[in-house]
Design a protein. Structure first.
Length: 732
C-alpha cells in the first residue's frame, strides 16, 4: 500500500483528535473484509460511503449529547451559541430539588454559560470531530481520482464537496476557538514521536486565507451553482454548491476584517470598553501574534468583494410570500405596510413591498412551510434538523421548549426585553420607551393600556393581531401593537395566540396565552416559566403541536436549518462597504472581472434594501446612509433582528468586540411575579405585569477569556506547540 495513503487512513481510525498514538496499527485490518484503500476508492458505492462519513461530522446541535458534537451551524434546543443577550434558555438552571443535577446547576445553565463557568473539558466534541472530518475529507480528496465507476465530472464534483467540507470544518474551528493548526493536506506520518508531530497554531489571517483558497478550488470543482439557477436535486440539497463555497469564503473574510482579528479597531478606534489585551495575549510560544495587531482597512474591501462574488452569481434571492387578500383559517388578510412613498409604490419585482406579506414571508422561511430545495434564499445548512431519534437536538426541540406549558411544551426558552426593544414600529421608528431602562432611547415612555374587544372586532384598530380568519389579540399590552412584521413572526408576547391547527383535539387549538403568575404559563415554583415573561415563536408553525408533551416531536413540522442564507451575504456586503474610506480594485473569485470597491451608498443599498422591504420596513434615511457610525449601528441592529435564533448573535458580538458592553448590560424583562388580578382589578396599576424590571435570575457579565472557547487539556498535552486561549488553563 502507498505509504502516504496508509498514513492518512491510520490517522482517521485512531481515536485521537489532532494527533494519535497508534504506532502499532495496520490500517488494512480496520476494513471489515481487509479490502485495500485502493479498492475502496475504485468503487463508486464505497467512495460515496467515505464521503458520507465526512459529512456526518456536521451533525448535532447539542455539544454534550450529540454523538458528533456541536459542529453544525446552530439550532437545537439549547446549543448555547444560539443564545446570548437576545434569547435565553431556562430549563438547565434548575437545582437538584427540581430534578436537575450539579452539571445543570453550574456551567450548562444559561447563567453558567454567560458567566464563563464552563471549563476546558466542556463542549469539546467540535474540536475532535472537526479534525476527524478534515482527515476524512483529505483522504477522499487525495484518492477519489482512482475511481473507475464514476465519470470525470462526478469525480470533480465529489472532490469539490470534500474540499468544501474540509475548509468548512476549519471555519467552524476558527469561529469557536480562534486560530488553529492547519494540517498538511497529505496527512501526517503517525509513526513519528509526539515532539516531531507537534504543530503550532496558524495565525487568524493564515487560516482565513487557507479557507478562502480551498473554497475557490471547491467552487471550480463543484458542478452545481446553487440557488434558483442551478439547484441541487431535492435529495442532494444539503450538499455544497458553488454559491455555498463562495458564501463561506465571504463570511470568513468578514470575520477576518472585524475588530477582533483586525487590530481591535473599529473605524480607527477601539470599540467602547475594549483594549487590545486579547490580541497581545494570544500568541504562539515563539511570540508570533495570532490575531492582527495593526488595523488593515483593505480586509473590509476584500470581504466586500467576496460577498459581491456571491451576489454576482445572480442565483439567490430573498424568499417572499404574496399578499393575502382573502383570509383563511391559517392566514389573516395581509396588513398593509407603511406608506413610505418608495417601497409602498412598487411590487416585489419592481423593488417594493406592495404585493407581498412581510410577516408570512419571514415566518414561513423558518417554520417548515418552505423546504430547502425550493427556497431561493437557502445557501447551505443541515437538512431535516428535527430529530425524532434524539430529543435533545434539532429546531423541533427549540420549538417544543418555546411552547407554553398548557400546550404540552417546556415553556423555558424566551426573549429578553432588549430583543423586544430592537424591533421597530411598522413605520421604522423606535417603539416608545425602547431601551429607556439602560439610559438609551429617545426619552419617550413605554405605552400603557390594553387592547379591547371593540378595538379588534368593531374598529379593526390592530389588524396585526388577527390570526387567520378569526379574531384575536384582546387584552394585549399596547406595547405590542403596530410593530414591524418580524415582531409578530418571532415574539410570543403575553396575549399572543398559538394556533395548533394540527391538534386533533379541537379544545387545544387557538389558545391565547398569557404569562401572569400562577395563570398556567406564568411563574410557578418550578423551572417551567419564562424568566422575562416574553416567549419565542420563531420556527413555530401554526400546525405544530405536541401530542404527549416533553420530547414528542412527531407532530412538529420538519424545519431545515439554514447555516447560511442570502440575507446574511447582503447585510455583510453593506457592513463591509460601510467601513471603507477609499476605493480598492479587487479581482473576482475566478478572475473574470475586477470590482471597484468603495463606500458607495448605492452599493450599500443593494445589501440593505431587499432585507428591509422583505421585512415590510422603509429604507434607512439619507442621513443614516451618510454617517458610517449611524449606519454601523443600524446594520448591527438589523442583524440582531433578522437572525434571531440562528446562532449568529453570539459570534457577531465577539467579532465586533461589542460583547464586553452588550453582554454586561442588565437583562430586563417583565414583572413575572404579578398576577392577572393586578391588571384587571386595579386600574391605576393595571400595567404591573408589563412594568419592565431587571431580571435578577439572568446574569449579565463578560470577561476577555470568553472571546474564544478553551482548548481541552488532552490536546495541549498531546501537542507541545499548541498554546491555550487567553484566560484558560493548561493542566487539570
Amino acid at each position: 500500500m502507498n505509504k502516504k495513503i496508509f498514513i492518512l487512513f491510520a490517522s482517521v481510525v485512531c481515536g485521537g483528535a489532532l494527533f494519535t498514538s497508534c504506532n502499532d496499527l495496520d490500517a488494512d485490518k480496520y476494513f471489515v473484509d481487509r479490502t485495500t484503500i485502493e479498492n475502496v476508492f475504485e468503487e463508486a458505492t464505497r467512495s460515496e460511503q467515505w464521503l458520507a462519513e465526512a459529512y456526518s461530522y456536521l451533525r448535532g446541535g447539542n455539544a454534550e449529547v450529540s454523538s458528533k458534537g456541536d459542529t453544525g451551524g446552530g439550532g437545537g434546543d439549547w446549543n448555547p451559541f444560539n443564545f446570548d443577550d437576545d434569547m435565553y434558555y431556562g430549563d438547565r438552571d434548575r437545582s437538584p430539588e427540581f430534578g436537575g443535577d450539579l452539571k445543570d446547576a453550574v456551567w450548562a445553565s444559561y447563567n453558567g454559560f454567560h458567566e464563563g463557568l464552563y471549563d476546558e473539558s466542556v463542549s469539546q466534541n467540535s474540536w475532535t470531530y472537526c479534525y476527524r472530518g478534515i482527515r476524512q475529507a483529505s483522504i477522499f480528496i487525495q484518492n477519489i481520482y482512482m475511481n473507475k465507476e464514476l465519470s470525470q465530472e462526478e469525480i470533480e464534483d465529489y472532490r469539490g464537496q470534500a474540499r468544501f467540507l474540509r475548509a468548512y470544518y476549519y471555519w467552524l474551528l476558527l469561529r469557536k476557538y480562534g486560530p488553529v493548526p492547519i494540517m498538511p493536506d497529505e496527512g501526517e506520518d503517525y509513526t513519528l514521536s509526539y515532539a516531531k508531530l507537534a504543530r503550532e497554531r496558524s495565525t487568524y489571517e493564515e487560516v482565513a486565507n487557507y479557507i478562502s483558497d480551498e473554497m475557490i478550488k471547491a467552487a471550480k470543482e463543484l458542478k452545481a451553482l446553487g440557488g434558483v439557477k442551478d439547484p441541487r436535486d431535492q435529495d442532494k440539497v444539503a450538499r455544497p454548491t458553488v454559491g455555498a463555497a463562495l458564501a463561506t469564503r465571504a463570511i470568513v473574510y468578514i470575520y477576518a476584517a472585524s475588530p477582533l482579528a483586525n487590530g481591535q479597531l473599529q473605524n480607527g478606534q477601539h470599540p467602547a470598553g475594549v483594549t487590545d489585551a486579547v490580541a497581545k495575549a494570544l500568541k504562539n510560544f515563539d511570540g508570533t501574534p495570532l490575531l492582527g495587531m495593526e488595523y488593515d482597512e483593505s480586509k473590509w474591501a476584500r470581504a466586500a468583494a467576496a460577498c459581491r462574488d456571491v451576489m454576482e452569481l445572480n442565483t439567490y434571492e430573498l424568499y417572499h410570500e404574496p399578499a393575502v387578500t382573502t383570509p383563511t383559517e391559517v392566514y389573516a388578510k395581509t396588513v398593509p405596510c407603511y406608506e413610505d412613498g418608495d417601497f409602498s409604490e412598487k411590487t416585489w419585482l419592481e423593488g417594493g413591498y406592495s404585493d407581498i406579506d412581510p410577516m408570512l414571508s419571514y415566518r414561513n422561511l423558518f417554520n417548515g412551510t418552505v423546504r430547502a430545495y425550493e427556497n431561493p434564499e437557502f445557501i447551505f445548512g443541515r437538512i431535516n434538523n428535527v430529530s425524532y431519534a434524539d430529543p435533545n437536538l434539532g429546531i423541533g426541540a427549540l420549538v417544543s421548549h418555546s411552547m407554553p406549558t398548557t400546550l404540552r411544551g417546556w415553556n423555558t426558552h424566551g426573549l429578553t426585553q432588549k430583543m423586544v426593544d430592537a424591533y421597530y414600529m411598522k413605520d421604522g421608528s423606535d417603539a416608545p420607551g425602547a431601551r429607556s431602562e439602560w439610559g438609551e432611547g429617545d426619552g419617550s415612555e413605554r405605552l400603557v393600556g390594553w387592547t379591547t374587544r371593540n378595538d379588534i372586532i368593531r374598529d379593526n384598530k390592530y389588524p396585526e393581531l388577527l390570526i387567520g380568519a378569526r379574531t384575536g389579540g384582546q387584552n394585549v399590552s399596547l406595547q405590542y401593537v403596530q410593530r414591524e412584521p418580524r415582531f409578530y413572526a418571532s415574539v410570543a408576547f403575553s396575549g399572543s395566540t398559538w394556533e395548533l391547527y394540527g391538534d386533533p383535539s379541537a379544545g387545544n387549538r387557538f389558545k391565547q396565552i398569557f404569562y401572569y403568575r400562577n395563570d398556567g404559563n406564568g411563574y410557578v415554583n418550578n423551572f417551567k416559566y419564562l424568566r422575562t415573561g416574553i416567549g419565542c415563536k420563531k420556527f413555530y408553525h401554526p400546525y405544530d403541536y405536541l401530542a404527549t408533551g416533553g420530547h414528542d416531536y412527531s407532530h412538529v413540522m420538519v424545519k431545515d436549518e439554514m447555516a447560511i442564507r442570502y440575507a446574511d451575504i447582503l447585510l455583510m456586503y453593506a457592513e463591509a462597504l460601510n467601513e471603507l474610506t477609499r476605493s480598492y480594485e479587487i479581482a473576482s473569485w475566478d478572475g473574470s472581472t475586477t470590482y471597484s470597491i468603495s463606500r458607495d451608498v448605492n452599493e450599500m443599498k443593494r445589501g440593505i434594501r431587499d432585507v428591509r422591504r422583505r421585512a415590510g420596513l422603509p429604507d434607512y434615511t439619507a442621513e443614516e446612509y451618510g454617517n458610517p457610525n449611524l449606519l454601523r449601528a443600524k446594520i448591527k441592529r438589523e442583524r440582531m433582528i433578522e437572525f434571531l435564533g440562528e446562532a449568529k448573535r453570539y459570534f457577531d458580538l465577539r467579532r465586533w468586540m461589542d460583547a464586553p458592553v452588550e453582554e454586561s448590560k442588565t437583562i430586563y424583562g417583565l414583572d413575572v411575579f404579578q398576577t392577572k388580578d393586578a391588571k384587571s382589578t386595579d386600574y391605576t396599576n393595571r400595567n404591573k405585569f408589563m412594568q419592565v424590571v431587571p431580571i435578577t435570575n439572568l446574569s449579565a457579565t463578560f470577561s476577555d477569556k470568553m472571546y474564544f472557547w478553551p482548548i481541552k487539556h488532552s490536546e495541549l498535552k498531546r501537542n507541545s506547540k499548541l498554546v491555550q486561549n487567553p484566560g484558560w488553563t493548561y493542566n487539570d
